[in-house]
Design a protein around this ligand. Structure first.
Ligand code: HSE
Length: 369
């Protein structure tokens, strides 16, 4: 029976992974061991399979007894532990949510509904490192893999609207705290039909600019505002988040030549759905019904939403998509720049297809081989 080690299973992505594995009845046919950097020796979580007490996630010898390690512990952990494990000859499969290994020649970026042949090729070549993609990239590719693989696309500009969860659990809490402060600042004015809206606006402005406004995590107000900067800056003028779009999406789909992809990544006050406004330059004008059919056929999760007001409000918002596996894409229409320019908008839950789901499915692929 294969031994599967889980690291980082208490964190946000790890918890979603555990929930999804339970929902899909995945806890069977293997021997789990749970590792932790802080809670060593405590009882393992109850998943319906026997497991030893929680082991030390920094114990290379214990980790090396596993056939597969699934890590949601983060970049720093992978940077430290993965090379040590490999250096001492560990030949197991490492499945990771972190960015660390994604662009390595020895790793495949996993998103099996749209790149199963690349995963299979990797496995048969003896690749042993499998990394989930950046959440924004995976969600764009879930929506756009069909047309991208057809060779129809010359370039994509992606302007993102990224949720607080992408920045971490504490950031989600800070967004809620900001909402609370704003609600308290506005008080009953929010529901008083006689209220002066400029008074409401002043209350919000003064609350969000107050030094007491909770901004420790984001470094700026988010709830009544937005932040057009995600991750580190780069010499190119992009942020690291923006740089990932082209390199990861093309690697994920094995595209050569690459499709240029770039845009501006923006943090908005959504909880866990990343949205993206896409400008797609096609190599030639493709009829929109053919374009939409290609998206629908790409996976059961890519949902094309009609370019109509009611459908858009009902089905193409973070409120509609959050907590579901659907990756919705709508507002599909030809842009005024010319017949080869298509506009589209896509929304997906960044903790599901953007993080935990590709890992869960990769573990199954490995177990079912
Ligand atoms: N870097 C992403 C974000 C998280 O900040 O939203 C998902 O990779």
């Amino acid at each position: 029976m294969q031994r599967i080690g889980f690291v980082g299973w208490r964190g946000m992505v790890g918890s979603v992974l555990m929930e999804r594995m339970t929902a899909e009845g995945d806890w069977k046919g293997f021997a789990p061991t749970f590792f932790s950097t802080s809670q060593i020796g405590v009882a393992p979580p109850k998943v319906g399979l026997d497991a030893p007490p929680v082991m030390d996630a920094n114990d290379i010898v214990a980790l090396a007894t596993q056939d597969v390690i699934v890590s949601c512990q983060g970049d720093e952990y992978t940077r430290e532990i993965h090379p040590s494990l490999r250096k001492q000859g560990w030949k197991g499969i490492w499945i990771d949510a972190a960015k660390t290994l994604r662009m390595s020649d020895d790793a495949v970026i996993i998103l099996d509904p749209v790149n199963m042949p690349i995963i299979e090729q990797g496995l048969s070549k003896g690749i042993r490192d499998f990394a989930g993609g950046n959440c924004t990239v995976s969600l764009m590719v879930m929506a756009m893999a069909g047309p991208m693989k057809q060779g129809w696309i010359e370039w994509i500009s992606s302007m993102t609207y990224q949720a607080a969860s992408g920045a971490g659990a504490k950031n989600m809490q800070e967004l809620a705290a900001q909402m609370r402060v704003l609600s308290e600042a506005v008080g009953t004015l929010a529901t008083d039909p006689a209220a002066n809206v400029l008074e409401i606006d002043r209350a919000i402005r003064s609350a969000m600019r107050s030094p007491q406004f909770p901004t420790q995590q984001f470094g700026a107000a988010l709830a009544p505002s937005l932040i057009p900067w995600i991750d580190k800056g780069m010499a190119s003028g992009q942020t690291l988040e923006e740089w990932k779009a082209q390199v990861e999406a093309n690697k994920m789909l094995g595209l050569d030549p690459q499709i240029p992809i770039d845009g501006i990544c923006v943090r908005v006050g959504a909880m866990r759905c990343h949205s993206q406004g896409l400008t797609i330059k096609m190599k030639r004008a493709v009829p929109l019904d053919e374009f939409e059919a290609c998206i629908k056929e790409s996976s059961p999760w890519a949902k094309v939403i009609p370019n109509e007001m009611a459908a858009t409000k009902e089905q193409l918002t973070p409120a509609a998509i959050t907590g579901t596996l659907d990756v919705a894409i709508g507002r599909i229409h030809t842009l005024k720049m010319g017949p080869e320019y298509v506009g589209a908008f896509t929304v997906g839950d960044q903790l599901l297809w953007g993080a935990a789901e590709p890992l869960r499915r990769m573990l199954r692929i490995v177990l079912e081989r």
